[in-house]
Design a protein. Structure first.
Length: 464
């Protein structure tokens, strides 16, 4: 019998990393590891890194510096502490991590976490291990399925990776290099995982992929199924009341997916659809392969299918060569669409991407000032969207206890946090809540016992 050991995983970045960290935990269970949130006592520490943010690698190196001190202290006490670096920084830096941080025992990219048991064994021999191949192994299938209790302990909502990698090559983005070429998991495998989640009590699943609406997994009929087909099939899984997916590319938003938004009540009225810029010249330089007008027309079609849909987006300001007039086109696009929320970024070059070697980099101060202006506009729209909920009755899925006793936190169909006075027994259930008030990042409401037909799910779009 293996002695019980503990693993501490620090997760940076996107939801896919959250999903991957859980899979790493699952892969370590047969080796006698359980997850801990105490860094001080962990026998194994893994940093699951993200390469999207600026200076990501430098931040990882400074964290590794702190871990080295801990590891040395442990060694004096005669205790082991293995250190691993996973995720996109591991993929991008590889061997360089062992060179700069020799106390690291193993470095493995997003395509290798299923080989963790073997990697650990090699790392124990005292030689640093680097595993960053894209080798075509089915990493999703070799990780043991988590036990029911482990699934439920993670909550009533879950992520499920259905697609990974990206072939779009936007000129600012590292993802095609760190996550590799697009692959889609077969429908049968996704379905089996979704059924396992639902049987353990999960009520809402968010399908993940860097380019999730480009999904084209093999269906049971041997043909490639699109995301619309997959959602239709998942909507039949008993207990899965809510389905979401992220992140989508405007070019892959096909008519079938719009029909699914129109027809399936399980598919939530929420869509993250990054546009990045409102200027055609900048969109072209970014290699987005769509124009401003394409995006606006698409938004109109989406809203025709599902009028109340909450749209969110990502924006980059200060892309190389962006003029004030071009930035103003981004502001006007935001005005025209009316977003429920948006993530805004100041461009920063990522080594190895085409845009990093463009001349004409925008001055730091100019970029910062544009970012502030865009954020102010987006915040106004977000507040207007929240305010439009006051007085409405929404279906809320209760997820966890709130900050104060007697409170629960749930999510509206539009992915807003909703705080309600309710008994903890309601966690994992959906109830009708009337919204009374708004806070900067949440809605406040009370439970109602109106009949289900009275639930208002189709308020008008275009709140701003
Ligand atoms: N600079 C700034 N923002 C970036 N993003 C991706 N790469 C960069 C970069 N080099 C932003 C994009 C993307 C989001 C996840 O991160 O807006 O949609
Ligand atoms: Fe990166 Fe998204 Fe563009 Fe792919 S589509 S290159 S993940 S920004």
């Amino acid at each position: 019998m293996t002695a019980q050991k503990s693993v501490y995983i620090k997760t940076y970045g996107c939801q896919m990393n959250v999903y991957d960290s859980d899979r790493m935990t699952d892969a370590l269970v047969p080796l006698g590891y359980r997850e801990t949130d105490s860094l001080d006592t962990a026998d194994l520490v893994i940093l699951n890194t993200c390469h999207i943010r600026e200076k990501a690698a430098e931040k990882v190196y400074s964290e590794l510096g702190r871990l080295r001190v801990m590891k040395e202290e442990r060694a004096l006490e005669g205790r082991e502490m293995l250190v691993g670096v996973a995720g996109c920084v591991a993929q991008a830096e590889g061997q360089e991590i062992l060179r700069r941080a020799p106390s690291v025992d193993m470095v493995f990219g997003p395509q290798s976490y299923h080989r963790l048991p073997e990697i650990m064994e090699r790392a124990r021999l005292g030689v640093g291990v680097v595993e960053t191949d894209f080798d075509g192994d089915d990493k999703f299938e070799v990780v043991p399925a988590p036990a029911r209790q482990a699934i439920r302990a993670r909550g009533v909502t879950a992520f499920l990776t259905v697609q990974e990698g990206c072939d779009k090559f936007c000129t600012f983005c590292v993802v095609p290099y760190t996550r590799g070429a697009e692959i889609s998991r077969p429908v049968g495998k996704v379905l089996a995982e979704a059924e396992r989640l639902a049987a353990a009590g999960v009520r809402e699943v968010t399908l993940l992929g860097q380019n999730v609406n480009g999904y084209h997994g093999e269906g049971p009929d041997g043909r490639p199924w699109g995301l619309g087909d997959l959602l239709r099939r998942l909507a039949e899984v008993p207990g899965l009341d809510r389905l979401r997916y992220t992140t989508s590319h405007p070019r892959d938003m096909d008519a079938d997916l719009l029909a699914v938004h129109r027809d399936l009540p399980q598919v939530m009225p929420y869509l993250h659809l990054p546009v990045q810029s409102g200027s055609d010249r900048i969109l072209d330089a970014m290699n987005r392969r769509h124009t401003r007008d394409d995006y606006l027309k698409l938004v109109a079609r989406i809203r025709a299918a599902r009028p109340d849909i909450a749209l969110t987006s990502d924006f980059i300001v200060g892309f190389p060569g962006e003029t004030e007039a071009e930035f103003a086109e981004t502001l006007s696009l935001v005005e025209e669409v009316g977003f429920a929320a948006a993530y805004t970024f100041k461009y920063s070059p990522r080594p190895g991407t085409p845009a990093a070697s463009l001349g004409d980099q925008v001055d730091e101060a100019v970029g910062s000032e544009r970012l502030l202006r865009l954020q102010a506009l987006v915040n106004r729209q977000q507040q207007a969207f929240s305010a439009s909920m006051v007085g409405r009755t929404l279906e809320v899925l209760f997820e966890k206890p709130g900050r104060y006793p007697g409170q629960l936190i749930g999510r509206s169909p539009y992915l807003q946090s909703v705080v309600v006075a309710a008994d903890a027994a309601r966690i994992g259930t959906i109830a009708r809540v009337t919204i009374e008030d708004i806070r900067p990042n949440s809605l406040m409401g009370h439970l109602v016992d109106a009949p289900a037909e009275a639930v208002d799910v189709a308020g008008a779009g275009g709140w701003s």
